[in-house]
Design a protein around this ligand. Structure first.
Ligand code: 13P
Ligand code: ZN
Ligand code: NA
Length: 281
């Protein structure tokens, strides 16, 4: 079934695990994430960024995820990732997304609060969960350039959560979108400090390329949602190119897309184990 993320993440918080949030960009990626979650009896979140939404429209992606959720026995949520305006957040709400991120992290603290609160207020009557971000996750998220650094301040995070009424908070502790050049260095003590003063579920962005042990440590310290995007793109593309290298004359998209799908499915299964949501559906 298609569900919202608030209860899903609160349950994860109480149970000491996290839910994987996987960026999907086509039907096969949706199928892959659903099958991985179903096989491991895990709750799961699928999400799309504004540039993915621009490619085909909110309705197209939601229709795919809804079909997957109707077939699934596990809870599945459909989330707008890095929503970049009030208007897009409202479109996602009206279309039927069950969870929405409004990313005002590029604004001033005051403007981030104002924008985030306006979205949280609009979503509250329908019970749709709202994630926001404070501080800056590095790297490039599609065409949104995060710039560098600007870690989340724990006391600001506390004030931000209280004033906005959000249901989850994305923290900046040294992760970055995209592929890391070296090993990422995370400020894990900062994460623990944030968790001490902020009670709502915390979200980790930029997780592709973060070592599994480090992700597990973040989950122990209070991360309840873990985002993976770049590695799913890489996995899908590897599957397709590998297939076409073996069979350069293949013309049936079902054949090579299936190879991409299988690679994504294996990746998602491995990450469901890392965040410890296996068997939690
Ligand atoms: P990656 O680019 O590291 O996969 O980050 C994913 C993410 O944070 C999506 O919002
Ligand atoms: Zn992100
Ligand atoms: Na990353």
């Amino acid at each position: 079934p298609l569900v919202t993320t608030e209860q899903m993440l609160l349950r994860a918080q109480a149970g000491g695990y996290a839910v994987g949030a996987f960026n999907v960009e086509n039907m096969e990626m949706v199928m892959a994430v659903m099958e991985a979650a179903e096989e491991l009896k895990s709750p799961v979140i699928m999400q799309t960024t504004p540039s993915t939404v621009k490619y085909a429209g909110l309705d197209y992606f939601l229709a795919n995820v809804r079909a997957a959720a109707q077939r699934a026995s596990v809870p599945i949520a459909m989330h707008l990732d890095h929503g970049d305006s009030f208007a897009l957040a409202m479109q996602a709400l009206r279309t039927g997304y069950t969870s929405i991120m409004i990313d005002g992290s590029h604004e001033s603290f005051e403007e981030n609060i104002r924008l985030t609160k306006s979205v949280a207020d609009a979503c509250a009557p329908s019970g749709i969960s709202v994630e926001a971000e404070l501080g800056k996750v590095g790297g490039k998220e599609d065409d949104l350039d995060g710039g560098d650094g600007g870690y989340t301040d724990p006391m600001q995070a506390k004030e931000f959560a209280k004033k906005t009424g959000i249901t989850s908070l994305a923290v900046a502790i040294g992760t970055a979108h995209g592929v890391y050049k070296g090993e990422p260095k995370l400020d894990l003590d900062r994460l623990s400090e944030i968790r001490e003063v902020v009670s709502i579920p915390l979200v980790l962005h930029g997780t592709s390329g973060v070592p599994d042990e480090t992700v597990a440590d973040c989950v122990r310290r209070g991360i309840c949602k873990v985002n993976y995007a770049t590695d799913l793109r890489i996995a899908f593309t590897k599957g397709v190119t590998g297939f076409l290298k073996e069979q350069p004359d293949a013309i049936d998209p079902k054949k090579y897309n299936k190879a991409g799908k299988e690679m994504v499915k294996e990746y998602v299964k491995s990450k469901i184990k890392v965040v410890k949501s296996e068997g939690k559906a």
